[in-house]
Design a protein around this ligand. Structure first.
Ligand SMILES: *Cc1c(COP(=O)(O)O)cnc(C)c1O
Length: 409
């Protein structure tokens, strides 16, 4: 008789974005005239930059010519891309990461989930609260947690590290000892960045206890403060304890194109095995590589034109972030993030629940955001707005929030 993976039955439907979509649809039906502005889902809106389009077109032509046609890509990715990344993302920042330590992939979400396949199911996993749901759900699927505890609103067996206002939304070293530690900076959803000394503390801690840090740096391109680390390998000893995930989704608008990479240092060993060897075997067996066309598009991200165009794109979104942040502060809200990340994490007024605030904004202002509670119990009382929208709509949304807020007061 067929049995299913019972771990999947423990999953709480991640109804967050579908619940939001249903509520928005119902509101639109009742108010057909309402012009709803969506600052909820974290997807980019600006089109691909010209340098990237040019590279894509050129690669398409190559695929139609017998001399330049490419079939299966090398398993770890093309050297032209790995050499460029090693040089520009790592060596230029003083990090000794070689092209062999890079694994090109179709994105950071799949890598963050897949990486746990190379670790035993008995590892204890630590995650931040609030958290990007992928880290939690993939470990539930793998059987690294107990059941969902309805009362606490989270899973048994996971170590949750609260990220609170008083702690600047940076987690503290947990009381229980973890084996795998997920960190994401700049952070989704809180929009907070970590300083190099703070990150160094985590690296030292991981090396002391033998843990492995799974570091998600998907938003590094949004860092504006030159003191902040873009990579965990800027910290001493990180190649002995950390795996880093990067994505082209947020810095280059590749959410629909798909490209990312994972860094597994050759130094990183546990249980007498090199994690590089395990991941190389895993990817070689299960993954067929990112398309040639897309890897050429990724290479264009690092050309002088690409760099210039994408830096303008990041600035466009970060100007939205400034408009949201300053607009809300001006209206009397307490607001975090939006300086080194494209997310604004606002405190709901007068301890309003985050779903209550969601309903209030939708009803009165026709503005959609994401209730903090959807990212974890510690997100209650907060609300996430994204800077990935259109400029005019973002301005309108903030103006509407300011107006209803002046009436509410
Ligand atoms: C958007 C995002 C990613 C990117 O995932 P891709 O699969 O590369 O699109 C990774 N981590 C976090 C926290 C994100 O918000």
């Amino acid at each position: 008789m067929v049995t299913v993976n019972k771990n999947y039955l423990k999953l709480q439907g991640n109804y967050l974005f579908s619940t939001i979509a249903k509520k928005v649809a119902a509101h639109q039906k009742e108010n057909p005239e309402a012009e709803i502005i969506r600052l909820g889902i974290g997807d980019v809106t600006q089109p691909l930059a010209p340098a990237i389009l040019k590279a894509l077109h050129k690669a398409v032509e190559e695929m139609g010519n017998v001399e330049t046609f490419r079939g299966y890509a090398p398993e770890q990715g093309y050297e032209f891309l790995r050499n460029t990344i090693s040089e520009q993302d790592y060596r230029a920042r003083g990090c000794e990461i070689s092209p062999e330590e890079l694994f090109i992939s179709d994105g950071a979400k799949s890598d963050c989930g897949n990486i746990q396949e190379i670790f035993g199911t008995d590892n204890r996993v630590a995650v931040c609260d609030p958290v990007y749901p992928v880290y939690v759900d993939t470990n539930v699927m793998a059987g690294r947690t107990g059941n969902f505890n309805q009362e606490r609103g989270n899973y048994d067996g996971l170590i949750y590290m609260p990220c609170t206002e008083s702690g600047g939304f940076i987690p503290e070293i947990p009381r229980e000892i973890p084996d795998l530690i997920y960190l994401c900076f700049p952070n989704n959803p809180t929009g907070t960045a970590i300083t190099k000394p703070q990150l160094q503390e985590w690296v030292d801690y991981a090396n002391r206890i033998g843990a492995v840090i799974l570091y998600d740096a998907a938003y590094e391109a949004y860092i504006s403060n030159p003191e902040l680390p873009h990579s965990i390998y800027e910290c001493d000893g990180a190649t002995e304890c950390a795996i880093e995930f990067r994505s082209f989704s947020k810095n280059a608008g590749f959410t629909g194109v798909r490209l990312g990479f994972t860094v597994v240092p050759k130094n990183l060993k546990r249980n007498g095995a090199g994690l590089w060897d395990l991941w190389e075997r895993r990817q070689g067996t299960r993954f067929n590589g990112a398309p040639y066309l897309v890897q050429r598009a990724g290479e264009a991200v690092y050309t002088p034109e690409g760099r210039q165009e994408l830096s303008a794109q990041v600035s466009y979104y970060m100007e939205n972030a400034r408009i949201i942040r300053e607009g809300l502060e001006g209206a009397g809200f307490t607001v975090y993030g939006g300086i080194d990340a494209p997310y604004i994490w606002m405190k709901t007024p007068e301890n309003m629940g985050s779903w209550e605030f969601f309903a209030y904004l939708l009803e009165k202002a026709n503005v959609v955001g994401t209730p903090g509670e959807g990212f974890g119990a510690c997100g209650e009382g907060y609300f996430r707005l994204t800077a990935f929208g259109d400029r005019e709509k973002t301005k309108q949304a903030i103006e509407r929030i300011r107006q209803i807020e002046s009436i509410r007061k």
